[in-house]
Ligand binder design. Structure first.
Ligand code: C2G
Length: 133
């Protein structure tokens, strides 16, 4: 049982997120998604989510690739998470390239190419430009 973990906000879920989750799950048998809480997003990432934590969690739990969704409350929990959940591989999009190499003492660390031309920020901007008041 190869166990994979990944982290994110996953707001306005889109095919870039799905591409990441599909590839992450393909690397093992069990995928843990650590989902940024509303507080963490606002206080640490300055992101105001359209969907709440519970709504984003419900969406992720409906995805066939996802086996467990747990909260991300701070930047420091990753080393604890990978040990507590007996993780074999930590996976993130390559916009985070190199940022989590310190986890290599606990598990493999893999950065996957991001899906180009789609992002939650861009979705919000295009909606504002095309349908904004
Ligand atoms: N992603 C992707 N392609 C996109 C958009 C996102 O592969 N077009 C990936 C990101 O690289 C990330 C995951 O999807 O691995 C989730 O993206 P976000 O929700 O934007 O996550 P982020 O805000 O980067 O949070 O502690 C780590 C943070 O929680 C990561």
């Amino acid at each position: 049982m190869k166990r994979i973990i990944t982290y994110g906000t996953f707001d306005l879920l889109h095919y870039g997120h799905i591409n990441l989750l599909r590839r992450a799950k393909a690397m093992g048998d069990y995928l843990v998604v650590v989902l940024s809480t509303d507080e963490f997003n606002w206080e640490e990432k300055k992101k105001k989510c359209y969907f709440s934590y519970e709504e984003r969690k419900n969406l992720l739990e409906a995805i066939r690739y996802v086996d467990l969704v747990i909260p991300e409350n701070n930047w420091e929990q990753k080393a604890v998470d990978v040990q507590e959940y007996h993780i074999d591989t930590f996976v993130m999009g390559d916009d985070w390239e190199g940022k989590f190499d310190f986890l290599r003492r606990y598990c493999d660390v893999v950065y996957l190419p991001r899906t180009p031309e789609i992002s939650t920020t861009q979705i919000k901007k295009e909606l504002q430009d095309n349908y904004g008041g």
